[in-house]
Design a protein around this ligand. Sequence first.
Ligand SMILES: NC(=O)c1ccc[n+]([C@@H]2O[C@H](COP(=O)([O-])OP(=O)(O)OC[C@H]3O[C@@H](n4cnc5c(N)ncnc54)[C@H](O)[C@@H]3O)[C@@H](O)[C@H]2O)c1
Length: 443
Amino acid sequence: MMKLNRINFIKKTSVTAAGASIFSILPSELWKPPVAPSDKINIALIGCKNQVFWDLKCHLDYNDATCVALCDVDSNILNDRAEQIKTNYKVNPRLYNDFRKMLEQKDIDAVIIGTPDHWHCLQLIYACQAGKDVYVEKPMANSIAECNIMVKASNYYKRIVQVGQQQRSGYVFQESMKMIKDGSIGKLRKVNVWGNFNYGTGSIPAADSPVPEGVDYDMWLGPAPLRPFNINRFHGSWRHFWDYGGGLMSDWGVHLIDMGLWAKDLIEAPSQVLTYAANSSTGKRVRDTFDTMTVVYPKKDYVINWDMTAGVQQGPYEKLYGMAFIGEKATIVTDRNSYQVYPEWDDKKKAGKTEAKSFKEGKESHAQHARNFLDCIKSRKSPVCTPEIGRVAALHAHIQNISARTNEQLLNWDDTNSRFTNSEKANALITPEYRAPWSLPNF
Ligand SMILES: NC(=O)c1ccc[n+]([C@@H]2O[C@H](COP(=O)([O-])OP(=O)(O)OC[C@H]3O[C@@H](n4cnc5c(N)ncnc54)[C@H](O)[C@@H]3O)[C@@H](O)[C@H]2O)c1
């Protein structure tokens, strides 16, 4: 019955959308189709603090989505977020500290996973098993083995899984991809990708301390090793420690390198990476991850280069992060809000080899990414960032983090057998060891 309602709903909305363009001078608010509560997509959120609360809001700003549950192991955050949802969206989600209990709630259609990276795999698998569709934040997981399992589980349970690489839904990237693929910049030879941010150097050292009131620390750690509580390994700054994240390399690398892969529609793990990694900043900071990395990914007919200097807020083309797609006729330089096309000069014609263009966007890609997820929940079509795409992007960060950690500058990866062919030290870091009672799902 529920499903039938939803199919009718899709038909209703597509008719309204077509009609809306004719009367587009009317305020868009008037054209928001009324959605019966039974036709709304019921969303639950796991991990409510920062970015992902924003992701949830992006979904709820569409009137065919509503929030029915929130889960966080920090009750302070949970209660605060619940109040915000109540005030802004006039709904009263049920609140949980344990996501497993939350997943028993029958009316949940989709779950957004916004916890630290070391939780993504288990929470996605539990959600898929419970029959929920999933929006999982990037990087898809904190290890190669977990990414592999997540792809298999998403397909096995036939769930719609969108990975939170929202740049795939971003206007400037979609336009850049069109120009690359229609030949406007000629043969694409190289993609230079860089990300320099202050925060990548880590946090100011702090002593271990008691667990803050209202926090279930054991459930925050989950499958990660047991350690005394330290504020630097908690909210936000966990990303500098291998147990939970992969540093700036996986934080931004996944988003940005994904664009270099999309440029040639590559959904393939790297077969070889050449990595230089160092800790070259001088401030007193704590972290496991590296603050300086240069990585070369040779592809069949082009090359992707990643360059990262944490602690520096400058970069090529005056961008602290960005990409340069270098073609024979022109280079496209882009970040999340803009692109510029720099044509090569044709000496014979005394003209540029292509048109110089530039564009500055005001739109936010998260909202489009959320819309795509909601649409795919209804249509059961593949979203723009599938688990396969998420996995490959994550492997383009994990493999060179492993290379840096093992000091093996050149690693060869056999994706069919999920092994490095030239380093047993590197093979030892493919699969994380889960802390009991958690165990890595068997797929
Ligand atoms: N797509 C993007 O642009 C983007 C931007 C920022 C962060 N992210 C991703 O979002 C995720 C979260 O990052 P963040 O910076 O918001 O982290 P954060 O530490 O600020 O927030 C994580 C939240 O998860 C909660 N949590 C931890 N374990 C939990 C559990 N077992 N059950 C329920 N809640 C739990 C924490 O209490 C906290 O409220 C990461 O994977 C990160 O890479 C994506």
